[in-house]
Design a binder for this molecule. Sequence first.
Ligand code: HEM
Length: 522
Amino acid sequence: MAVCFALSSAERLGFGFLRPTAAATGFRRAAGNAAAASVSVQDGHRKLKTEADLPEIKIFTMLYQMLFKGYLNSIHELQIYQKQVYGPLSKINSGNLQGISISSVELLEELLRKDEKYPCRGYMTLWTEHRDLRGIGYGPFTEEGEKWYKLRAVLNKRMLHPKDSLQYGDVVNAVITDFIKRIYYLREMSPTGDLVSNLTNELYRFSLEGIASILFETRIGCLEKEIPVETQEFINSIAQMFTYSMHVALLPNWTRNYFPFWQKYIDGWDGIFKFGTKMIDMKMEAIQKRVDTNQEVAGEYLTYLLSSGKMSSKDVYGSVSELLLAGVDTTSNTMLWALYLLSKDPAAQETLYQEVTKVLKDDRIPTAEEVNSMPFLKAVIKETLRLYPVVPVNSRLIAETEVVIGEYFFPKKTTFNLCHYAISHDEKVFPEPQKFKPERWLRDGRTRPNPFGSIPFGFGVRACVGRRIAELEMHLALARLIKLFEMRPDPTVGEVKANFRSVLVPNKKVNLHFVERQKTET
Ligand code: HEM
């Protein structure tokens, strides 16, 4: 059951919500609406072009490229093809997909540096409709403008600063210990004695347990042999919400009364919030008891949110559920790609193993601080995210201001599609872009890549709030797994390609041999 769910959910995470439109002032237009026709726009002495001068990709071209050129499941690869054909700046005008595509590192940097005070990815009405229907507060994904800014100021504390993540080291390590136990159990059950099948599913369970234990400050049993009923219902609710979000996004609103999809979509959200609410209420009760008996209120993230007095409980319910959803498929898929890449590259795996064993000379569990002495470990994750960015395309809606990008003028309310995948696979930015080369990230005197070439966690004040937590989980888990096991590919699986399902997921089940290493005397 969990197996089915994990795969389907992993294939449907709503990071598509990261995609749904211009920032400098003082422009003089010669005539009419700059967006509509090739009119002249003057910026001082410079004559600017407008979006009417850009190559336009219309719906039929898009459909042709997806259906007949084979990009249906690999929209990320389509970015590279479209860049070759239309150049680094083009206009997409294809059904729900609208906006200006940016696929060069220079233009991306220019746009992000001109982003607004309250950056916006585009409005998320599908999510906000549910919150409005149930009177639930908005979270970091759904909130916008000044209210979002204030919310992020609270959420950032205890999460975003590198030193914040250190406090979660023990919690994360406890989850990793249970994950390793599960790996041993799965190996034993396998015909070869060392095979872990369907790793996507196992890593999904690991990531959900990890983020839940940080946010709720309690364990929810995803790594047990039998997942507790309530946790399983919660997992099923996430799957249901993501499954039906596809239907409700594609069908017009009037169909909601005729088909069951909308109701099932809402039921999915209700299940997610039911579980989240119960966890938060339990924590509130525990805090209240301590307050009533004059005891110190101690705890981590949820305790901080609830006791800081800076957030209403309605906002806590809204935010925690969004953090939880964002924290699962992101880390689980990145871990999967990292282990897969290492299994195919014994030399890189050996370098990593040597580094980890040098820092961890005995059976000790690494601390969060010790990860700082493992630059190759960090480079492996960076390179994995360059090759398989969790969010291969992001977006920015420049709502309040006009903007010039390159030689082009864009009016207010222009949406930009940020083609991160094309940029992080550009050979001018990353020589041999298809090769897994963690060493390109090392600070050992070599020329470092352009920082905007690969920005898997985004950029600026709206960048990923969970970055430090995600890195902590992935670094600690990878260090411990590599110390214990050598990863080898399962020859029956063959080459694994990435499919685009809002995040980049493997196109087939991935199994790996976890070959236990000989213990060395130290
Ligand atoms: C490999 C792991 C992860 C990657 C690559 C990743 C990537 C991203 C990206 C690209 C964005 C959009 C940033 C932008 O628009 O500039 C984002 C936003 C976000 N992420 Fe992550 N993420 C990861 C893990 C997590 C985790 C573990 C959490 C939860 C603790 C999380 C919570 C969020 C939230 C709440 C937002 C929305 C922030 C806002 O709009 O203010 N992410 N993430």
